[in-house]
Write a protein that binds this ligand. Structure first.
Ligand code: BDR
Ligand code: CA
Length: 312
């Protein structure tokens, strides 16, 4: 039976690919809705971008809710330097015509988790954790009802991408991340340690373009755009497709390896705010609170992505 999920997102080209991968996989994934959050770009753009992506997949029926427009306790930090002014820079994209769903994303999260059978809904946050933490804070009764949280965020061996110590999604709202990591939910974390092993290459982008579909062309053009930044920064051959790793794990978990360990969020560090302090070597004596992933079969990941996106 397909797994019921809610994607919480700040599109972002790699967020867009994650949404498309979910929509292309109805046997495994039942997408109950998308909740948009401020992150890569402000909320006005992320909620719009989420609708653009649904329309690209000809899925105007997917409900897209707007959520929090700022982190819980800090001013918003955005990433136009990576994703461009719109968040989806690269191809020319039409404005969406499908409307936003009525209501606030946080209320949708709470109502859905209260309505659906306990343990049956998986949350997939691929942006800052503001919406999820706000829902947990407002309605703690939903926490034990969450089946699993499968998120993209954090780093250990790869350390930071927005500061020397912190990964972007956690850095933007560390207080929210702290609430989620301490909540006791069944947590799966896709950090930079994994996503920096899932790099695009000429032939992988050519495979997207070679699909000869609108979706294939868009994904190739998005990848071309954000590759420029990562290639320059890391000197790597390609760029990481971070966020689709979460959906790929839901479809084919055997592509990934990780460890059950303790992960704490640094809230006060002079240089390390937003760091995920991951006890990979199990030296702290603190109990495990996350399955922290570390490895990926990157060829298998791109084969899955290409096969699924070609369906759209
Ligand atoms: C994360 O930050 C965003 O820029 C990407 O969409 C991804 O979710 C990677 O650090
Ligand atoms: Ca994202």
């Amino acid at each position: 039976m397909a797994r019921k999920i809610i994607i919480d997102t700040d599109p972002g080209q790699d967020d867009a690919v994650a949404i498309l991968l979910a929509l292309a996989s109805p046997d495994e994934i039942d997408l109950l809705g998308i909740t948009a959050v401020a992150g890569n770009v402000p909320l006005a753009l992320t909620q719009k971008n989420a609708r653009i992506v649904c329309e690209l997949a000809r899925r105007r029926d997917v409900r897209v809710f707007a959520g929090c427009d700022a982190p819980l306790a800090r001013p918003l930090v955005t990433a136009e330097h990576v994703h461009g002014k719109t968040g989806l820079d690269g191809p020319q994209l039409p404005d969406p015509t499908m409307p936003l769903a009525d209501g606030h994303a946080v209320d949708f999260l709470i109502e859905t988790l209260r309505r659906e059978p306990s343990g049956s809904v998986t949350l997939v946050p691929i942006g800052p954790l503001t919406n999820i933490a706000a829902a947990f804070r407002a309605a703690p009764d939903i926490i034990p009802r969450v089946g699993q949280v499968v998120l993209m965020g954090g780093a250990y061996f790869e350390v930071g991408n927005i500061t020397p110590a912190a990964e972007f999604n956690i850095y933007v709202d560390p207080e929210a991340a702290d609430i989620v990591f301490r909540s006791g939910v069944d947590l799966v974390v896709m950090p930079l340690d994994v996503t920096h092993k899932a790099l695009t290459s000429r032939s992988r982008v050519a495979a997207f373009r070679g699909m000869g579909t609108e979706v294939g062309r868009m994904v190739a053009e998005w990848t071309d755009f954000f590759e420029r930044f990562d290639k320059e920064k890391y000197g790597a051959e390609g760029a990481p497709l971070h966020d689709p790793c979460t959906i790929a794990w839901l479809i084919r978990p055997e592509l990934f390896t990780g460890r059950h360990i303790n992960v704490e969020i640094e809230l006060e560090g002079r240089h390390t705010t937003g760091m995920t302090v991951a006890d990979w070597w199990r030296v702290s004596g603190r109990g495990a609170n996350a399955l922290f992933m570390g490895g990926v079969d990157d060829a298998g990941f791109y084969a899955l992505l290409t096969e699924r996106l070609a369906r759209l």
